[in-house]
Write a protein that binds this ligand. Structure first.
Ligand code: PMP
Length: 448
């Protein structure tokens, strides 16, 4: 007997704890199939995946080259202990090192996802530098475990505070639309933010600071593209004080910003880079840290006090190698730049039409829409970091009704389609957004 969609939903809610959510009110479609930019639910309804899952499925769903590589690997070897060597592990590390920006070369430490990549990057930086403190931005997300959750700046940190790691200090990074420094132009915002960061470094004693961890573009906290010169200024401050610079490229890597990595897009070179998500287009879990050679060689004569059972898992390696081939074959990193132009023009048109759409910003295939109740005052439609999502569920329900899935937090929605999205797909996303924003505005005007 076929199980009804209602039964599946009931079973899901009965047995699955869904991340980051109050469980009672969740109602999501049951996705049973996916291909390219499309998700299909158990009723056969199609949705364009306008957020690439959690900004991760950069190749679109079910890319045949990666699927074939996975099947092939299943027939070859499914698991090899990290203490043994493996051909696929070596090959992927070599490919990743070639994408890295350092002339001196690089080595890769594999993890299972982004959270542990961040923790291990920090552990590496602390071990090599012999220093303890780590700086990260308030408006940042770096993972959910107690270490990376402590490094996270926003409210998903709070649950870790009683037992998180010590030595983490947060700073305000630029946010031109809602300046923490009360500025009105990006150049001044950049200058004040760097002065603030310098002051924090001095107040914490720079010689005690091992690393500064930062997303090259703020990801799940609203796709904040830092003003020109900010990341370069951060690099310079780190250099002045011998602080290692870690770019958290978990969301920004693998074409999301129209380049292999965010640092490459902005021409700023870190010392370590974390990655996950797009490395396998999220088909199997994989994360890691790319480490510049002179830091990696620290461990030539000293053991690395870190490791995971699944470090360099052959299935993930096979998926990673095939994903890199698919990105190259389809010129998909460059496609991110074309998507940027098209998306910006669609989204700006929506902003011109809808008063409630206060800000549109982004780079590459990575944009955010920020909804406001008052465009002049920039009042967020839903209080950031509060408990309620206000009228936003109306927006997401309407968007799904119009055949598009997107991921959002509070008053911000992330539009980050797979890099295989065609111009027609982008137009379809924009048309669905148009309707859903209209419904949101109506719901808001009725509610208040
Ligand atoms: N860093 C960043 C920038 C992220 O966006 C995320 C996940 N959204 C993480 C780390 C954590 O990665 P994971 O969910 O794979 O543990």
């Amino acid at each position: 007997m076929a199980i009804s969609v209602r039964d599946i939903k009931a079973t899901h809610k009965r047995y699955v704890l869904t991340p980051w959510s109050a469980q009672a009110a969740i109602d999501a479609p049951v996705i049973v199939r996916a291909s390219g930019v499309s998700l299909y639910d158990a009723d056969g309804k199609r949705y364009i995946d306008a957020s690439s899952g959690l900004i991760a499925v950069n190749l679109g769903h079910g890319h045949p080259h990666v699927v074939a590589a996975l099947k092939d690997q299943l027939d070859t070897v499914c698991y090899v202990s990290p203490s043994l060597f493996n051909d696929r592990r070596a090959e992927l590390a070599e490919q990743l090192a070639k994408l890295a920006p350092w002339h001196e070369g690089a080595r890769v430490f594999y993890t299972v996802g982004g959270t542990d990549a961040v923790e291990d990057a920090v552990k590496l930086a602390r071990t090599v530098s012999g220093r303890h403190k780590v700086l990260s931005a308030y408006r940042s997300f770096h993972g959910s475990s107690m270490g990376s959750g402590t490094l996270t700046g926003e409210n998903r940190r709070w649950a870790n505070e009683a037992s998180g790691i010590s030595g983490v200090v947060h700073f305000f990074a630029p946010y031109p639309y809602r300046s923490p420094f009360h500025t009105t132009d990006p150049a001044t915002e950049c200058r004040y933010a760097l002065e603030h960061l310098r002051a924090i470094m001095l107040a914490e004693d720079p010689e005690r600071i091992a690393a500064l961890l930062i997303e090259p573009v703020v990801g799940s906290n609203g796709v904040i593209v830092y003003p020109e010169g900010y990341l370069a200024g951060v690099r310079q401050l780190c250099d002045e004080h011998g602080i290692l610079l870690i770019f958290d490229e978990v969301m920004t890597g693998f074409g999301r910003l129209g380049a292999a990595f965010g640092g490459k897009r902005f021409g700023v070179v870190p010392d370590l880079m974390t990655f996950a998500k797009g490395v396998t287009s999220a088909y199997v879990p994989l994360g890691g840290v790319i480490v510049r050679e002179h830091l990696a060689s620290f461990f030539d004569e000293r053991p690395m006090w870190m490791g995971h059972t699944y470090s360099g898992h052959p299935l993930a390696m096979a998926a990673g190698i095939a994903a890199l081939e698919a990105y190259a074959e389809g010129h998909l990193f460059a496609r991110g730049l074309t998507i940027e132009t098209r998306l910006r023009s669609h989204l700006r048109a929506l902003q011109a039409k809808h008063e409630i759409l206060g800000d549109v910003r982004g780079a590459g295939a990575f944009f955010a829409l920020e909804f406001v109740s008052d465009r002049e005052q920039r009042t967020p439609l839903v209080a950031w970091q509060g408990k309620s999502m206000g009228v936003m569920p109306t927006f997401f329900a309407s968007l799904r009704k119009h055949g598009v899935y997107a991921f959002g937090r509070y008053n911000i929605v992330h539009i980050a389609p797979p890099l295989v999205a065609t111009d027609d797909d982008l137009a379809e996303i924009a048309a669905a957004l148009d309707s859903a924003i209209g419904d949101l505005a109506e719901a808001w005007s009725k509610a208040y």
